[in-house]
Design a protein around this ligand. Structure first.
Ligand code: ZN
Length: 93
């Protein structure tokens, strides 16, 4: 597969598109897409934790994860809820 194809493939994966739909979209066979996903179960350095900005490893076939851990997710939402209307996040810690 060309680099362009894998980029597109990963982009679609990030949006939760199933392998069959990705194959159709990119004009590849479903087996090609599935074997690529099997060999690359994680999309590295693509998604970063919305809280701590660490890369978040994605599980194949699962919904996109936006946080590296539950702790980050909860902290993010608590923070966001309390600071609604404010600009940016409080970097001081
Ligand atoms: Zn995190």
């Amino acid at each position: 597969m060309k680099q362009y194809d894998t980029d597109q493939l990963n982009q679609l994966r990030l949006h939760g598109v199933p392998p069959s739909a990705i194959a159709r979209e990119l004009g590849l066979s479903v087996n090609t897409v599935k074997s690529y996903i099997r060999r690359h179960p994680n999309i590295e350095n693509t998604v970063r934790c919305q809280w701590c900005e660490e890369p978040v490893l994605q599980s194949a076939g699962r919904k996109q994860k936006k946080f590296c851990s539950d702790r980050c997710r909860i902290t993010y939402w608590n923070h966001r809820y309390r600071r609604e209307g404010h600009h940016g996040r409080d970097k001081a810690s």
